[in-house]
Design a protein. Structure first.
Length: 180
């Protein structure tokens, strides 16, 4: 713990194939937390570790080069994936780094895990010589997730909707953070 904030030190390291189960566990924790609060619009009600599409997505991220993990005392408490923008958002108008995933273990909520990972993403973008970091998030319910990103220096830009056959549409929001 640091003396000034009484917050634990959060370290960030590259992720890899061995980390897929830890990321799926964070999805399970987050989904259970959302379901307990009646907030099922973001990721549904079923654990990520039982969803073949989510498992494939996480394994692809873990086998790529954009996965980063936050740790406290050697325990994985958050994950970040950066890369290219997803196909359902407006394309970038300039070189960017895109946050494809930001997730934190709910057991460590309030410790700054998400904001630390977003700072790491900003550092990566600067190292790559790009001046903007973009992310999209669920914009339904009370827009709490949008407000979280705004509290981290992002500005809402493009709202969008993902149509999902047989399920309600998914309201999303793209946000951008200038780095220059």
């Amino acid at each position: 713990m640091t003396a000034m904030t009484d917050r634990p030190t959060i370290t960030v390291r590259p992720g890899g194939p061995a980390d897929a189960d830890a990321v799926l566990g964070m999805f399970d924790s987050a989904i259970a937390w959302l379901v307990a609060r009646g907030r099922t619009g973001q990721w549904g009600t079923e654990p990520g570790s039982t969803d073949p599409a989510r498992i494939a997505q996480v394994r692809a991220w873990a086998n790529g080069d954009g996965l980063w993990l936050a740790e406290i005392d050697g325990r994985c408490v958050g994950a970040l994936v950066v890369g290219a923008a997803t196909e359902y958002v407006p394309p970038p108008t300039e070189p960017e780094l895109y946050v494809n995933l930001l997730i934190a273990d709910r057991a460590h909520a309030g410790l700054g895990v998400g904001s630390r990972l977003l700072e790491h993403a900003a550092e990566l973008a600067r190292q790559r010589g790009v001046g903007v970091l973009r992310v999209d998030c669920y914009a339904g319910d009370d827009r709490a997730l949008v407000r979280f990103y705004e509290s981290c220096g992002f500005t809402a830009t493009d709202p969008f909707t993902v149509e999902r056959p047989g399920r309600p549409p998914w309201p999303g929001q793209v946000l951008a953070r200038r780095l220059d």
